[in-house]
Design a protein around this ligand. Structure first.
Ligand SMILES: *[C@@H]1O[C@H](CO)[C@@H](O)[C@H](O)[C@H]1NC(C)=O
Ligand SMILES: *[C@@H]1O[C@H](CO)[C@@H](O)[C@H](O)[C@H]1NC(C)=O
Ligand SMILES: *[C@@H]1O[C@H](CO)[C@@H](O)[C@H](O)[C@H]1NC(C)=O
Ligand SMILES: *[C@@H]1O[C@H](CO)[C@@H](O)[C@H](O)[C@H]1NC(C)=O
Ligand SMILES: *[C@@H]1O[C@H](CO)[C@@H](O)[C@H](O)[C@H]1NC(C)=O
Ligand SMILES: *[C@@H]1O[C@H](CO)[C@@H](O)[C@H](O)[C@H]1NC(C)=O
Ligand SMILES: *[C@@H]1O[C@H](CO)[C@@H](O)[C@H](O)[C@H]1NC(C)=O
Ligand SMILES: *[C@@H]1O[C@H](CO)[C@@H](O)[C@H](O)[C@H]1NC(C)=O
Ligand SMILES: *[C@@H]1O[C@H](CO)[C@@H](O)[C@H](O)[C@H]1NC(C)=O
Length: 449
């Protein structure tokens, strides 16, 4: 089993999937499916000024599948001395602070611990720099590396004007927008080299430091946001998401509130329920998750087998753009065809090729609409059987080990509830009757939920 090869935190995560309780015991930012994932913040001092320096700050999201969604990142730090920010291009601090000591020119920010946020799209050209002004949204590295970078320019005063007198800022914090990221100390590194567009000249920064931030689900302390339901052509049971996977329905109006899709005047209920609130407003279901992933083993061919994956949005308050799925299943080393999704094999441990990242095709299904009739996307996956003579769907082999939606671990049904083969263990041939029954049941299931 590939589980045993992964790491000592894996059983814990498996436990987490099953029982949806946070069992992480440390704040170690470690994700077994993306062990090197990080966001690196690089400061390049490009010019000395009379009382400090001008720097270009670049933030790169090296995480394979975790992105930063609206309302975007905010970056904070503590100055080591009495620095001030004279001006910024491409982003701004949220507060100016007390600049009453300054006569004449007033700095952009005098706070000891400034917080910087990105500009919104549509910022005037004279306040833009390359890779700025995306409302703090950062794509994941695997999905869209060109949009996984953010940058801004900062002019710092009272800072020292040599690489000996400049002190690196301390205590970097990255919010996305909630907690979850931990940033290490700034480290002075080899100055960045910039290759000119015509490649005929190389310039270099006067001084460069890097900060690395990593994500931990434990620190984020989020309740689960997605769950998995399962079905197969060989069994007419549909195994639903675990009850209360993301919360329980309750009568109280604050927590556990949900909207019944049959509510008359549904639109006004959704609109009236706190317009600027970012917390999900979900459709009433037994699992109360904003997102459900359904994995259906659809057909068994002689040399192949086919799976249908559907993602359903139950959140009335969210359109997911650039969504992604990470799926772990041992047969991903023999994925033969994939319909209407993009795909990248994630290979965090070199030899084990059992994890794939799936996402929507741009302008076609990369936008997962809010809850309602169009709030779903689907795809079919065709796998080649590696060892045809011993192939079996027994012991739930056809079901995924793990599914993430937008980097969040989805709650799976317990393994002993997986749909069974009629004669567990024996080789399974397609029975037309079973197929028809199961398809009907799935149809009814979708009409009903
Ligand atoms: C951050 O991620 C990049 C790309 O995966 C990797 O090269 C680098 O070593 C990572 N940095 C740290 C400190 O882990
Ligand atoms: C500062 O600059 C000098 C030469 O300009 C260089 O030798 C030295 O390594 C630099 N120190 C740092 C910390 O970058
Ligand atoms: C940085 O953070 C640590 C721990 O959060 C705190 O003890 C320390 O005082 C902070 N340093 C500054 C300069 O704010
Ligand atoms: C600093 O960060 C950049 C990415 O922005 C990376 O290319 C470089 O390797 C990092 N340097 C070190 C020493 O980690
Ligand atoms: C919710 O309301 C129903 C009927 O209105 C009641 O039977 C049930 O006990 C209530 N549950 C809670 C948790 O208050
Ligand atoms: C989602 O997108 C649709 C169509 O673009 C739009 O009408 C709707 O207001 C959006 N909903 C939210 C919650 O942003
Ligand atoms: C993993 O499997 C996929 C699908 O068969 C294949 O396209 C990809 O090249 C494999 N990757 C590695 C590193 O073996
Ligand atoms: C499936 O993948 C494995 C590992 O990459 C390879 O050894 C095997 O030949 C593949 N089987 C088929 C039927 O393609
Ligand atoms: C289908 O799977 C369920 C477990 O989820 C099991 O209880 C049931 O007996 C299975 N049905 C058949 C016909 O094997």
């Amino acid at each position: 089993m590939s589980f045993s090869l992964l790491s000592k935190t894996t059983p814990c995560i498996f436990f987490f999937i099953l029982f949806s309780s946070t069992c992480f015991t440390s704040t170690d930012a470690y994700d077994p499916l993306d062990p090197n994932g990080n966001i690196t913040i690089k400061w390049d001092v490009v010019q000395w000024t009379p009382d400090g320096y001008m720097a270009v700050v670049t933030m790169t999201n090296f995480q394979q599948y975790r992105h930063i969604d609206a309302p975007g990142w905010s970056l904070g730090w503590t100055w080591a001395k009495k620095e001030v920010i004279w001006s910024m291009v491409g982003s701004q601090t949220t507060e100016q602070g007390d600049c009453s000591k300054f006569k004449g020119n007033v700095p952009h920010c005098c706070k000891k611990n400034p917080t910087v946020v990105d500009f919104l799209p549509g910022t005037p050209y004279n306040q833009q720099v390359a890779n700025c002004c995306k409302g703090g949204v950062l794509s994941s590295w695997a999905q869209d590396p060109t949009n996984a970078v953010a940058s801004f320019q900062i002019s710092v005063g009272r800072a020292g004007t040599t690489n000996k007198t400049v002190k690196v800022p301390k205590n970097f914090t990255l919010k996305a927008p909630g907690p979850g990221y931990t940033c290490g100390p700034a480290k002075i590194v080899r100055p960045t080299q910039f290759i000119q567009p015509d490649k005929r000249r190389v310039t270099q920064a006067l001084m460069t430091w890097n900060v690395t931030c990593t994500y931990s689900q434990f620190l984020a302390q989020k309740t689960p946001t997605c769950c998995v339901s399962l079905s197969a052509f060989y069994n007419d049971t549909i195994v639903p998401c675990p009850t209360c996977a993301c919360g329980c329905q309750s009568n109280s109006s604050q927590s556990g509130s949900c909207v019944n899709p049959n509510t008359p005047h549904l639109a006004s209920v959704v609109a009236g329920n706190g317009k600027n609130n970012l917390s999900p407003l979900v459709q009433c279901t037994s699992h109360m998750c904003p997102i459900r992933i359904h994995w259906h083993i659809k057909v068994n061919y002689k040399e192949y087998w086919r799976v249908k994956v559907s993602i359903t949005n139950f959140n009335y308050r969210m359109n997911y753009s650039n969504w992604n799925l990470v799926v772990q299943h041992p047969n991903f080393d023999n994925l033969t065809q994939l319909f209407s999704f993009d795909y990248k094999s994630l290979n965090p441990y070199g030899s084990i090729n059992d994890t794939a990242m799936l996402w929507g095709v741009k302008f076609y299904n990369d936008f997962l609409n809010q809850a309602g009739p169009s709030g779903n996307v689907q795809s079919e996956l065709l796998f080649r059987k590696e060892d045809m003579s011993h192939f079996s769907f027994g012991k739930g082999w056809g079901f995924p080990h793990r599914i993430y939606f937008n980097g969040d671990n989805c709650v799976m049904p317990p393994p002993d509830a997986y749909p069974w083969l009629p004669n567990a263990g024996s080789r399974q041939e397609v029975s037309l009757f079973a197929l028809v029954t199961a398809s009907l049941v799935v149809l009814v299931f979708y009409a009903y939920i």
